[in-house]
Ligand binder design. Sequence first.
Ligand code: CAA
Length: 296
Amino acid sequence: MSVSRVSQILFSRVSYAARKPQQFAAPVFRYYSYQTGNYEFLKLETAGEKKNVGIVTLNRPKVLNALCDQLMNEIIRALKHFNSDSSIAAIVLTGSEKAFAAGADIKEMKDNSYASNLKLNFIADWNVVAKSRKPIIAAVNGYALGGGNELAMMCDIIYAGDKAKFSQPEIAIGTIPGAGGTQRLTRVIGKSKAMEMILTGNMISAEEAEKSGLVSKVFPADKVVEEAVKLGEKIASHSQLIVAIAKEAVNAAYETTLQQGLLFEKRLFHSTFSLADRKEGMAAFLEKRSPRYTNQ
Ligand code: CAA
């Protein structure tokens, strides 16, 4: 079953309660526009010259964007919304200057039992974020701790502000990462660094995160969302279909052996030749003009 089919199924399982619309401050950047929606802990905007980048901003400031059940359900719903909007080609997920997210909500989960976790399959739904068909760029300022770091790692690319801090501090509260920290972090930065972070709970700086490959670029804190939007616009200048195929191929590198991965890549590469956008891309190159993609 393809990744996109899996995400359709996962997205279709997400339910949510209707909530009162919230008012947010006017957007500060050019080309930004606020989207209405019944979100208590999120702000949704579209950005970019062509309004083709969706921005999801976590907005639960009193607890540093701690990821309670409702906030995660709202994130999943917002991603579903942008995934089904054909005018949106890339998504930016961000938080506040102080915190991207300080982890799962400790207050909410403190009385959980093993049985209740099993019954609810606690936090299993979070993985829906990693199944988004459209690319997601995490624009991280401040704390990305525990589930916050795991949420960032479910995105496709991480940009960080220069004061961002990353950690898996679960060990300090008597538990371990539960939303991919032991698996994704280890694949991304290697065993020794991941082990050190997970066994100590120590934070690493944006600079260290960039050096270790967790983050692809670091910017001044007030520029990181703007830069993430620019990156989203660049991605949006390509065919959405080809972008989705490329994303699926890169993600397969985490799931397969090299030989299986290479075969999968080859077949996907072959499949691009069935698309009008592949034809248009090559024709535009040879005719020395910009391509006009139709997502066909
Ligand atoms: N859950 C619930 N509430 C949280 C929270 C969390 N993860 N992180 C912060 N808060 C709350 C604090 O309780 C505090 O609330 P009150 O004002 O009501 O006391 C408020 O946010 C502000 O926090 P601090 O006063 O602690 O702010 P600070 O600037 O002194 O410290 C911090 C900031 C270093 C991020 C600190 O808050 C902290 O260590 N937070 C917890 C981080 C953590 O352990 N995260 C992992 C959670 S477990 C997890 O994520 C499991 C998983 O894999 C999914």
